[in-house]
Design a protein around this ligand. Structure first.
Ligand code: KMH
Ligand code: ZN
Length: 302
């Protein structure tokens, strides 16, 4: 059995500061939590940036540059920068930081979709900042735009230009077919690090039969040309990634995807989630991949 790559998605753009006091916001908090997550066993760190004052997701490369070098200096982890950005950002805004930082890896979202924050994430009644209101009420009314041309543009500008490789974000079964289409046309190259995503409103639901179905479909479409990873939103996070690892997959955890560590218990850090999945994997006799092993498995530029 090959080793399991743990990705940690540290802050994201979905959760808001009022949902958890532990969500890292400032560059210093993002750097500290990323370093701790890497020390706990994450070999890939997936990163978004936030406005240090009000926690709103920001595409500003200057903010990214306040934490990226710190993480790079202190860990050997693979840096993975979002190209999904946050609600309402244009593609040019989403690409600004990746184009400047030229990371080994970026996310690449494989289709357009409705994107509202699920009201279940929003048990919070009082919020600190006005911008959070639609997030907490589930009324963002947002289309997450990733057309075929957008996808090709990301590959063209980052992949071909800078040797960046991708975490292909597949929120539904059609996104796997979109990825297969890009593979057929040689827009993307194997091994395809394919992140199948469960339980995001607008995407495929977090049901175990869907996990099997997505894997079976990816196996059929890609054969040995892909490396499978799984993330699931909210309370589904740990059960889904555990099941995926038992089926030979890799795992993504982190406060971007879930603010929880157990039933009714808020996670106090990203490292806490990484340590938990690491413990589960090792208890089940699985081995966790080092950053060097992850680089080899995914053919990253290093
Ligand atoms: N928010 C996650 C479900 C991105 O950053 O491009 C997927 C994600 C997208 O991480
Ligand atoms: Zn992300």
């Amino acid at each position: 059995m090959s080793k399991v790559i743990i990705t940690c998605a540290v802050t994201g753009a979905i959760h808001t500061p009022s949902m958890s006091e532990h969500l890292p916001i400032t560059p210093q908090q993002i750097a500290e939590q990323s370093i701790a997550a890497a020390e706990a066993g994450a070999s890939i760190i997936h990163l978004h940036a936030r406005d240090p004052i009000d926690g709103r997701p920001t595409p500003d490369p200057a903010v990214f540059m306040q934490f990226l070098p710190v993480i790079k200096q202190s860990t050997d982890a693979v840096i993975n920068i979002t190209t999904g950005g946050g609600l309402g950002m244009s593609l040019d805004e989403r690409l600004a930081a990746p184009l400047l930082a030229k990371p080994e890896m970026c996310s690449l979202n494989m289709g357009s979709m409705n994107f509202n924050i699920a009201p279940s994430a929003a048990r919070v009644k009082a919020f600190k900042h006005d911008w959070e209101k639609p997030y907490l009420e589930g009324t963002t009314n947002y289309i997450f735009r990733n057309t075929f041309q957008d996808i090709e543009q990301v590959v063209e500008r980052l992949g071909k230009g800078h040797g960046t490789r991708f975490e292909f974000e597949c929120y539904d079964v059609g996104h796997l077919y979109n990825l297969a289409h890009m593979l057929d046309r040689k827009v993307v190259e194997p091994p395809l690090f394919t992140q199948t995503i469960f339980g995001i409103l607008g995407g495929i639901g977090a049901e175990h039969r869907n996990l099997m179905f997505m894997k079976e479909t990816a196996d059929r479409l890609f054969g040995d040309a892909y490396v499978w990873s799984v993330l699931a939103a909210g309370r589904h996070q740990m059960p889904f990634v555990t099941m995926a690892a038992m089926m030979g997959g890799n795992v993504r955890v982190g406060l971007e995807d879930s603010l929880w560590i157990g039933k009714g218990k808020a996670a106090t850090s990203n490292a806490e989630q990484v340590s938990k999945i690491r413990r589960i994997l090792e208890d089940l006799s699985m081995e966790v991949a080092t950053p060097a092993e992850a680089r080899a498995m995914l053919k990253l530029k290093g």
